[in-house]
Design a protein around this ligand. Structure first.
Ligand code: A2P
Ligand code: MG
Ligand code: MG
Ligand code: MG
Length: 377
């Protein structure tokens, strides 16, 4: 990582959280045991970890050397980069290669539409090179070389609609593209749905400080087996747990860095009502779920502007990472998130995340604050 980016990362990840005694010291080391009394997805989890780690490697390379021509604008005005496409192609390739005997369905954010235009051919060549260089950096795939057409096809295997039946992978190849472009936080977020439920999740957060003064975390969870984190360069995993704070005055809360993504005035109203003393910690992407799963903060509040529809890939991996670490994720009405409805989440305004002790107080404060805001308009 360039020193410029590293400095910015450490600046934007609050020093009180960075230097706080890491929760790692409290935690027991990794056990590979399958979840008791439930199905094991160990093979799928291993494939997902490998896919997300390799995709993160591609993203890190691009973030160090992002070019003007690497960034395009999507029809909803959000940015997309060569790394978003490259990451999606790598994950799709690795999952299919590692799990050849399973039927493959992938619900992912990007599609190849814009890359098939005449003027995008140079960009497509750059993505193809990035994908091949990344695969070549892993011994298992050193013989694989994808053509531009293979890359387009790998991206487009993410067009599945998901739903309540069967197995579907859910991918955000870069969550927090705006953070990625700023040199800040972002995540590669990958989850597996089985019969409409999230059964495993992996969050690669290349700019999130990990233990032992390293940067880059890989969080992973399997239903019933807890959440673990290891550094992206492969240090041994440790179990994590959400904050046990019961007094909201001692809690700190996460929200989006981008004011366009979440109503900061509503979160501050809620925080005031709860008596939260610390200022909000604003970071991009599902890295917030990862940080919360290891107790860096106690609450995550997300209230998109009216009309915004939440997508399943923005919350599937983060949700299991937090719930398996002992946390609770609901919409503003207190309902669990339902990932079985296709590409979108169908929910009551907002998403809130905390530990089970704080949740009743938080829900009450959320309800009151929403009502107050509505009556003041
Ligand atoms: N107008 C918007 N409102 C809310 N979220 C958005 C909006 N536009 C994009 N997003 C998505 O919200 C998430 C970022 O949230 P955060 O603010 O917590 O980083 C990303 O998944 C981002 O997509 P993307 O995956 O393209 O970055
Ligand atoms: Mg996007
Ligand atoms: Mg996203
Ligand atoms: Mg994205």
């Amino acid at each position: 990582m360039s020193s410029v980016i590293l400095t910015r990362v450490l600046c934007t990840y609050p020093s009180n959280l960075k230097t706080k005694k890491p929760p790692f010291s409290l935690l027991r080391t990794f056990a590979t045991a399958a979840p008791v009394g439930s199905m094991s997805y160990q093979k799928e989890l291993n494939a997902a970890k490998k896919a997300a780690s390799l995709a993160a490697r591609l993203c890190q390379k691009v973030q160090k050397a992002i070019l003007q021509s690497d960034v395009q604008s999507k029809s909803d005005k959000s940015p997309v980069t060569v790394a978003d496409y490259g990451s999606q192609a790598v994950v799709s390739f690795v999952l299919e290669r590692e799990l050849p005997s399973e039927s493959f369905s992938l619900v992912a954010e990007e599609d190849s539409g814009d890359l098939r235009n005449e003027e995008a051919q140079e960009t497509l060549q750059r993505i193809t090179k990035l994908v091949n260089d990344t695969l070549a950096s892993d011994n298992t795939y050193s013989g694989s070389s994808l053509s531009a057409e293979d890359v387009l096809a790998a991206i487009d295997s993410g067009k599945s609609e998901g739903g309540p039946h069967g197995r579907h992978w859910v991918l955000d190849p870069i969550d927090g593209t705006k953070g990625f472009l700023r040199g800040d936080q972002y995540a590669v977020a990958l989850a597996l749905l089985d019969e409409g439920k999230v059964v495993l999740g992996v969050l690669a957060c290349p700019n999130l400080p990990s233990s032992h003064d390293k940067v880059g975390c890989l969080f992973f969870s399997q239903a019933g087996a807890g959440t673990e984190v290891q550094s992206l360069d492969g240090s041994p995993p440790v179990k994590v747990h959400v904050s046990a704070i019961e007094n909201p005055e001692e809690a700190s809360f996460f929200e989006s860095f981008e004011a366009a993504h979440s109503l900061h005035d509503l979160s501050s109203r809620i925080a005031n009502k709860l008596g939260v003393k610390a200022p909000p910690v604003r970071i991009d992407s599902q890295a917030k779920y990862g940080a919360l799963s290891r107790g860096d903060g106690a609450i995550y509040l997300r209230f998109p502007h009216k009309g915004y529809r939440e997508k399943i890939w923005d919350h599937a991996a983060g949700t299991i990472v937090v719930t398996e670490a002992g946390g609770v994720v609901t919409d503003a009405g207190g309902n669990p998130l339902d990932f079985s409805k296709g590409r979108y989440l169908d929910l009551d305004t907002g998403i809130i995340v905390t530990n089970p002790k704080l949740m009743p107080m938080l829900l009450k404060a959320v309800r009151e604050s929403i009502d107050e805001k509505a009556s003041s308009l």
